[in-house]
Write a protein that binds this ligand. Structure first.
Ligand code: COA
Length: 376
């Protein structure tokens, strides 16, 4: 088989947890927690030593973010005002870890959809915002569970992990180092979300996605040509999570809220929108493409308002759902998986020759664009 060194997306896969939390359920649980907290601290609040916590609201969440519900791996403990975190039994080292398990489910679907056998895949990248352990790599565990030879490694670029993974996979194809690479993004964001933080408790949801990047020579008839990939990072503290192995060097602060997801949402909104819109326009120019001709934008799913503004700048008019589909309403922000879910659920209807854009952005700051064209 003569390889082309031209990377394409052969297929995608999606695993969605069964359980889902509506805004109503979430706010009810949060407000119960707030009332309990304020009751328990009534004396300190009355003495002016601490501020009372404030209620959350369904209307605010939907208006500020566009999120109406989110899937989670464990609903009951997240909604329990005395827990407000995921809970499940710890698995032994002989069992498949939970991140690998959902990654495998998404990966199997991608392989099935491409008609690809695991033994024909050369590499697995586990590209996600959080890894549940330092080593052995989740990617190697997924590789072993699927029966793939070759190599695998984990990579973390927060919300842009999947697009950075796609470029890495595409580069292996371009260089001839691999002809078939799985980019798997298991995002169990319920583990890093501070469910007690009013500013962000509504943001995230759990999911897993997989993207099969291959040399055009072996791709199935129905695939997406990758026209270009572009990555960008600019350091910012506006989205930060200080959890890590060195937390034990200062055990007194190891349980503080900064060891979970924290953000300055307004600043993120203001700084990331122009950066990403410009990045897309510049890359389109390099491709000698009028960005207004992009048939569909599969944007990172963090905030409906951000996507509205980015799509408007790129397309030159307010985008409708067909031009810039959202999955925020049912999935919430699923970190790096968001743009891949949007692509997975909203790409079959496009015609051969149509061009589109997968785009991610988030902590780092990091941003990635993948321009694609439907082949058949
Ligand atoms: N319920 C009710 N009111 C709330 C609330 C809640 N859960 N959380 C905040 N508020 C209040 C605030 O107290 C504030 O009140 P004030 O005006 O009286 O001070 C008001 O709502 C606005 O708060 P603000 O934090 O400025 O909201 P916002 O409009 O910026 O929306 C985000 C918050 C997070 C949805 C928004 O900034 C955002 O999406 N940013 C993009 C970044 C992102 O999502 N990143 C994820 C990683 S990529």
């Amino acid at each position: 088989m003569q390889l082309t060194h031209r990377p394409v997306i052969s297929s995608t896969g999606l695993f969605t947890p069964e359980e889902s939390i509506t805004n109503e359920e979430l706010v009810e649980s949060f407000n119960t927690f707030v009332d309990l907290h304020n009751e328990r601290n009534a004396d300190a609040i009355a003495a002016g030593e601490i501020e009372p916590l404030q209620h959350s609201s369904v209307e605010f969440i939907e208006k500020a973010s566009g999120i109406k519900a989110r899937h989670v791996m464990a609903k009951a403990p997240v909604l329990d005002p005395d827990i407000m975190a995921p809970r499940w039994d710890e698995r032994s080292n002989d069992e498949l870890s939970i991140m690998a398990e959902i990654g495998v489910k998404a990966a199997r679907q991608a392989l099935d959809r491409a008609g690809r056998k695991p033994e024909d895949v050369d590499a697995v990248l586990c590209a996600a915002s959080n890894m549940q352990r330092a080593y052995p790599a989740m990617a190697i565990e997924i590789q072993q569970a699927l029966g793939i030879e070759g190599f695998g490694f984990d990579m973390n670029v927060a919300c842009s992990s999947a697009t950075f993974g796609i470029q890495t996979a595409a580069d292996y194809v371009r260089s001839g180092n691999a002809k078939s690479v799985l980019v798997v993004s298991p995002e169990i964001t319920s583990g890093h979300l501070n469910w007690r933080d009013r500013d962000s408790h509504f943001i995230f949801g759990d999911v897993a996605t997989a993207v099969l990047v291959e040399d055009a020579a072996i791709a199935p008839e129905q695939h997406w040509d990758i026209l270009s990939t572009k990555l960008k990072t600019v350091f910012s503290n506006n989205i930060r999570n200080n959890f890590g192995f060195l937390n034990r060097a200062h055990p007194e602060s190891a349980g503080e809220p900064d060891k979970l997801f924290v953000q300055e949402g307004r600043k993120v909104f203001k700084e990331v929108v122009p950066m990403v819109a410009q990045m897309i326009i510049d890359e389109a120019e390099k491709l000698q493409m009028d960005p207004a001709t992009l048939r569909r934008l599969w944007l990172h799913q963090a905030n409906a308002g951000m996507n509205r503004l980015i799509a408007q700048r790129v397309l030159g008019h307010e985008a409708n759902d067909d031009e810039s589909p959202t999955v925020l309403d049912t999935y919430g922000n699923t970190s790096s998986a968001g743009s891949i879910i949007a692509f997975h659920l909203n790409s079959d209807d496009l015609a051969a020759g149509d061009t589109g854009l997968i785009c991610s952005f988030g902590a780092g700051y990091s941003a990635g664009t993948v321009f694609v064209r439907k082949a058949a």
